[in-house]
Design a protein around this ligand. Sequence first.
Ligand code: PHE
Length: 466
Amino acid sequence: METETKQRNSFTSSIGFVLAAAGSAVGLGNIWRFPYLAAKDGGGLFLVVYLALALTFGFALLITEVAIGRKTQESPLTAYSKINKKWGFLGIFSFVVPFIIYPYYCVIGGWVMKYMFCYLSFQGQVAVADGFFGGFITSQWQPIFYTVLFAILCFIIVYKGVEHGIEKYSKILMPILVVIVVFIAIYSLFIKYTDPSTGITRTGLQGAAVYFIPDFTGLTFTGFLTVCLDAMGQLFYSLSIAMGIMIAYGSYMKKDVNLNKSVNQIEIFDTGIALLAGMMIIPAVFAFSGKEGMSAGPGLMFVTLPKVFNSLGKFGDFIGLIFFVMVMFAALTSAVSILEAITSSMMDKFKWSRKKSTLIMAASTFVVSIIVCLGYNVFYFDLKLPNGSIGQILDILDYASNNVLMPIIGLLTCILIGWVAKPKTTIDEITLNGENFVRKGLYIAMIKFVAPLLLFVILFKGIGII
Ligand code: PHE
């Protein structure tokens, strides 16, 4: 065991681990989905519910995965069977999910790259044209080209390993990301826009009020439940839980690091960036198009925001550029974590070298990425998903992983740790160096009872039963 631990890659410092894990957690979910949900679900009300769930439900699931990783010193595919021999199947699930997610995450990363290059070459106005986004994703070669670029970057970082790749790049990219988000959030507050057609002037500050002040008008009990469900689903996705990622990263964490403290820091980072992303986007979109503009949903980032940047004149082009650079960093550190989860699984299972494992995983997922790109032209079809939305290949993969497989993995992990192996398994790891685990009682209640129940609800909602 001793030599095995020594040979295993590891993060050199606890800050390296925290930034890499935060890099995984902070992604497109924080930047467009969180603000959009907050705007839809009554601003401050959503924020309060989200924070309460983050400190309880999110915390319990996140710390469990990190502890499983550090305890077993194994990647997701092999870690579960080390906790309990009969539960190896859960490892296979945890390998399959990132294998499904990674290809389409690269495709979205490619879209972000396209926009970044657009702004880099002073063509921000082009991105505003009606049909620009649709035209781009349905074209045959461009999306593939940008996906390749994005996938190559991920490949290089993972190929270089934990210390010289993931840790090093997270330590550079994450601080830059924070600076950009804070800068745009402050700028956003000072936006003032007069709609030429109506003559109405709105400010960013008014938008910030919409974001922070809870709106209880017309709130019903079912409405409140929707807010809770939205917050739960968002939190789960935002923390990159149930994909094996946090197990893989936990396995690279040194034994003398305070696990509880690091997990708290990841949570603060992830939630902080989500809140700031809201401050960055909601006031800007509100000033530009009022409350209605905020319901743009997924199109918010690629369609609505370029219009906001364009309305701000020359400086808007600059803001657009740094915005997409920041989104690129967020997407890159998340995608890297997914590729790492599957690469490390192959390394542990088949004892492959990192180089061989990264090459094979990157190449095989790349084939799927191309199929996802072609889903908007050659393989185009509309499929009605069980939750009522219409989707193409990307949406189908997203649906299968986020709405079905991930809640199942989360649920089974709770059953394994809460009931089969017992919470002592993870608690011993959390308190390995004699740390005081303040939220221990809460943790046990969460992992045994509350989290499984909430995960059932998320799963039922995902498959359209409720
Ligand atoms: N946690 C990321 C976010 O909030 C999403 C993500 C999904 C990251 C899958 C890694 C893997 O955007």
